[in-house]
Every structure is written in structure tokens, then in C-alpha cells.
Design a protein around this ligand. Structure first.
Ligand SMILES: Cc1ncc(COP(=O)(O)O)c(C=O)c1O
Length: 506
């Protein structure tokens, strides 16, 4: 083992050293000798501690970010890039940018950074022998997996599986790939039940599906989703997505996939459940996909009782309930999975334990903070034939190793409990702060949001706060969302509150 890996490691270390040296000399030579680069000389990697506070010397994006964006736009899409970060100088909750600014990050790569920047556990693990062969090549796991893959899934990825979801399918890395495959699993199971569980597809079905026609292609079947929901931008996931028209326009859609109303208030829940009951009673609905908090749509919440009813309705109509935890999963709401909140309010303790099992969705998708993507599922959703849920890579050992460090660190450092504590502190402070324009301050854990009067006011607030060194994000029409890492502490919350208060009068 040792002699196989040593040369690779040596090569990687030499390459990393050259890269560091190049990065350092670039930092010394290519930056204008202005206030924009005050700390570039101290760019030893990895940084060893968090700064005390943000330090901002230019507007964000600064001149170097703007120049890089201009260059990037010549060869690729750059209009969505907010600023260019400097991974060599970012640490913990603080992201450094290429203009020498250091910002407290409460948005964290669109909610996808669980342990902050350059976490020591991650850097240590990344240098271990176990990672090296997976850096050298990415295997086609469905075709030939390395032996440790079994243990990685069993003892790490499945160690945090939602109750009753004893199997997992890893996908290619993005949330949309997890959603697409979970949707497929729902359709395949629905057709298998209709056909009779042991029956193979008929000759006619096999022939017609090659023309995208019924009965082989289940064109009259559908997946339901909620208005304002977001599930990704690939074809199936995009048909389920209903947050912004610009994501969907011009792209062919599954025209018969129904949209259900999501309750605006608790009073509205009964009406929405009635619609869900009616729509799902149609036997052509194979799946209902829902986020526990509609995130991109503007952090829309419903009560645990609403979700319990949804579970009951989907079970009664034999519709697969897919809980999309791509954004809410991995601790940010004060539970490892946000749907664990659904058993809240079930009065006695024993009933709550039973309810948790009863309430488990049929599938749960993940990506973002897990750094790897896929979906947990009940064993009955494993298709009867192989190759039906498959891709060349079918996951990535490197990303699964990253996920295992995340899971270990979250458990060892009790980060979910920390999120619950910091989130309660931050939410209360925001609610008491009574700043002009802020309304509907809401959240679970540090998964917190509030509304501003208009989109323009929201965007101005985000820009003002960023120019003072704190990164926060937007969602929905006029919502500000906070998505800090799980290592966000009360002292970070205080800085965020201070900057929000500075930007907004009382
Ligand atoms: C709930 C949810 N599902 C799916 C996705 C799609 O994930 P990705 O952008 O990684 O494809 C997102 C992305 O924001 C999401 O929030």
C-alpha cells in the first residue's frame, strides 16, 4: 500500500507546493499596490485562525473581482458571480476575496459550506492515504467500486439516514441529479405496482418506450410539486420547480405535472391540504416532492401538522413522498434533517417516537452541505431491474470521503445543537431589533430569513451589508436569507446583527 501511494502523494505535494508558491508570488506581484491588498503578504496556507472581524478596503466586488468577471465573461457565464474569493486566505466563517477584503460569510456558497473554509479536519483528512487514489482517478462506481465504498456508505453516509430509509443512491454531485433520480425511482415503482410486482415490462411497453410513447413511456403519469418550490434546473426537476419563470422559460416541460398551492398562513393550510388530497387522488400521480422549508421560493414555512397531513394523504393515495432536503439538510435547521421537525407538537413522548417513524418520507434527497449528492430511500424503491438508476460515476468516492468528515465533525462537535442555540439567539435578537423595513422574521436553527418591502430595498440591503464586510443572500421576491456554516457562533451572530442595524435605521 505504502509504496503504491508514496509516489502519488509526493507528486501531489510537489504540485501543491508549486501551486502555493505561484499563488503567493502572484499575490505579491500582480496586485496593484493599493489599499486593496493589505493582507496579501500574509498568505501562508492554510490560515491558522479566524480573523476577529471583517476587514473591508474596497467595495465588494472590488476592482480585481470586476476585472476577473470581465475576463470570465469572455469565455463563460460570469453574470451570476458576486465576487471572486481567495481560497488560500479564507478560514472558518470568513471568506477572503481577491481584493484583500475579508468578509464574515453568512451565505456560504449558497448554503453549501457546512464546516466553513479550510476546516482543519478536512485538510487533515485530505492529506491521508485514503484520499489519494480517488484524487488520481474517479471510478465508475456502478461498474467497479473500490472495496472501501461499501463501508463508506454503510458506516458514514447511512449513519445519518432518515428513519426507515435504509438504502442510499449516490448521484453525480448536484442537487438536481439527486432529485431527477428520486423522481425516476418513484415512477418506476408506481408502474411496477400497476403491472404486478413480479411482472417484467411487456414487449409492447419495451417497443413503445423507444418512441417516447405509451404504454412503455408513462407519459400520462406525473409528479406533483408546490407553487414557489425549487428542485433544480434539469428537465424533470425543472418541471417540478416553480420559483422563478426565468428558470423555466423556453425549456420543454412535463405539461401535465400539477402544481399545488403552498399555504401562506396557518389558516390557509386546510384549503391547501384539500387541494392536495383532491389532486393526489388521481392515480396517475406517482410522486409529491416538497421542501421542508421552500427555500429558493423565499423561505416559506408550514406547520408540522401540515406536513403530517401531507404524509397521511400521500400514503393513502400511494403517492411517493420525496422530501427535498438539498438546501435544508445537514443540520442548518437545528435538526440533522429538517423534516425531523414534523413530529413537533405530537403531545406524548411515545407517540412522538412512533410519529417520527410514521412520518418518514419515502425518499430524501441531499447535496449542498453534504458535498456529495444522492437520495435515501425505502428498500421498496429499489427498481427490480439493474441499470434503471445509473450513470457512469454514480457518486464520487472523494466527495463521499468529504461527506464522512462532515458527518464525523458534526457529530463530534455537536454542531446541530450549536446551530439550535445560535439560531435561537439570532432569531430573537432580530425579532427584538425592530429595524425599519424588516418584516416576517422567521426561521429554524440558523436557517433564518426576513422580508424587505421591495426587491430593490432587499438588494440594496445585501449590497450595503456586504460592503461593510458581511455576506448574506437573497431568495423569493423580496426575502433576505441567512445560510451560515454550522460553525457559526454567537460572536459571529453579533457582528451580523451589528451590520444589519447599521444598514437599517430603527
Ligand atoms: C431544495 C433544492 N433542491 C434542489 C436544488 C438543486 O441543486 P443544484 O443547484 O445543486 O442542482 C436546490 C438548489 O438550490 C435546492 O435548494
Amino acid at each position: 500500500m505504502q509504496c503504491v501511494h508514496a509516489p502519488i502523494r509526493c507528486f501531489i505535494h510537489r504540485a501543491a507546493f508549486r501551486w502555493r508558491r505561484a499563488a503567493c508570488s502572484a499575490a505579491h506581484t500582480s496586485r496593484a499596490p493599493s489599499a486593496a491588498s493589505p493582507s496579501s503578504s500574509s498568505s501562508a496556507y492554510p490560515p491558522v485562525q479566524e480573523p476577529e472581524r471583517p476587514a473591508v478596503h474596497t467595495l465588494v466586488p472590488g476592482p480585481r473581482s470586476l476585472e476577473l468577471a470581465r475576463e470570465l465573461q469572455e469565455v463563460s457565464e460570469a453574470r451570476t458571480v458576486q465576487f471572486f474569493h481567495d481560497p488560500l486566505r479564507s478560514y472558518g466563517n470568513y471568506v477572503a476575496d481577491v481584493d484583500g477584503n475579508v468578509l464574515l460569510d453568512a451565505f456560504c456558497f449558497i448554503a453549501s459550506l457546512p464546516l466553513g473554509y479550510n476546516h482543519p479536519n478536512m485538510l487533515r483528512a485530505a492529506q491521508s492515504e485514503a484520499w489519494l487514489p480517488h484524487l488520481a482517478q474517479r471510478p465508475a462506481l456502478g461498474y467497479s467500486a473500490p472495496p472501501e465504498w461499501v463501508q463508506l456508505l454503510r458506516t458514514k453516509i447511512l449513519s445519518v439516514a432518515p428513519q426507515g430509509l435504509d438504502m442510499v443512491q449516490m448521484t453525480c454531485g448536484c442537487g438536481a441529479s439527486a432529485v431527477e433520480n428520486a423522481l425516476k425511482a418513484a415512477f418506476i415503482r408506481k408502474r411496477a405496482i400497476e403491472r404486478g410486482n413480479d411482472a417484467e415490462p411487456t414487449v409492447e411497453e419495451l417497443a413503445s418506450c423507444m418512441h417516447n410513447a405509451e404504454p412503455g413511456s408513462a407519459n400520462s403519469m406525473c409528479a406533483a410539486s408546490f407553487e414557489h418550490g425549487f428542485h433544480g434546473r434539469l428537465f424533470g426537476s425543472l418541471s417540478a420547480t416553480r420559483s422563478k419563470p426565468i428558470h423555466k422559460v423556453d425549456v420543454p416541460a412535463f405539461a401535465n405535472w400539477p402544481a399545488l398551492p403552498f399555504p401562506v398562513t396557518e389558516k390557509d393550510e386546510e384549503r391547501c391540504l384539500e387541494v392536495a388530497d383532491r389532486v393526489l387522488s388521481d392515480r396517475r400521480v406517482a410522486a409529491l416532492i416538497v421542501e421542508p422549508i421552500l427555500s429558493e421560493g423565499g423561505d416559506l414555512h408550514a406547520s408540522p401538522a401540515f406536513f403530517r397531513q401531507l404524509r397521511e394523504i400521500t400514503r393513502r393515495h400511494q403517492v411517493a413522498l420525496i422530501c427535498d432536503e438539498v438546501q435544508t439538510g445537514v443540520g442548518a435547521t437545528g435538526r440533522f434533517w429538517a423534516h425531523e421537525h414534523w413530529s413537533e407538537g405530537v403531545s406524548d413522548r411515545a407517540a412522538a417516537v412512533d410519529a417520527a417513524a410514521e412520518l418518514a418520507p419515502d425518499m430524501v434527497t441531499f447535496a449542498k452541505k453534504m458535498q456529495a449528492s444522492g437520495f435515501y430511500f425505502k428498500p421498496e424503491y429499489l427498481p427490480r431491474q439493474a441499470y434503471r438508476i445509473f450513470s457512469t460515476w454514480s457518486g464520487d468516492p472523494l466527495r463521499a470521503l468529504q461527506a464522512s468528515v462532515i458527518i464525523d465533525t458534526v457529530c463530534a462537535d455537536r454542531l446541530v445543537e450549536r446551530v439550535e442555540d445560535v439560531g435561537t439567539y439570532l432569531l430573537q435578537a432580530l425579532q427584538q431589533s425592530r429595524r425599519a423595513g424588516m418584516s416576517k422574521i422567521r426561521g429554524r436553527g440558523t436557517f433564518i430569513a426576513f422580508d424587505m418591502p421591495t426587491a430593490a430595498a432587499r438588494d440594496k440591503l445585501i449590497a450595503d451589508v456586504r460592503n461593510r464586510g458581511v455576506v448574506i443572500g437573497a431568495s423569493g421576491e423580496r426575502t433576505v436569507r441567512l445560510r451560515p456554516a454550522l460553525v457559526f457562533e454567537r460572536k459571529h451572530a453579533d457582528i451580523l446583527l451589528e451590520e444589519l442595524q447599521y444598514a437599517l435605521p430603527e
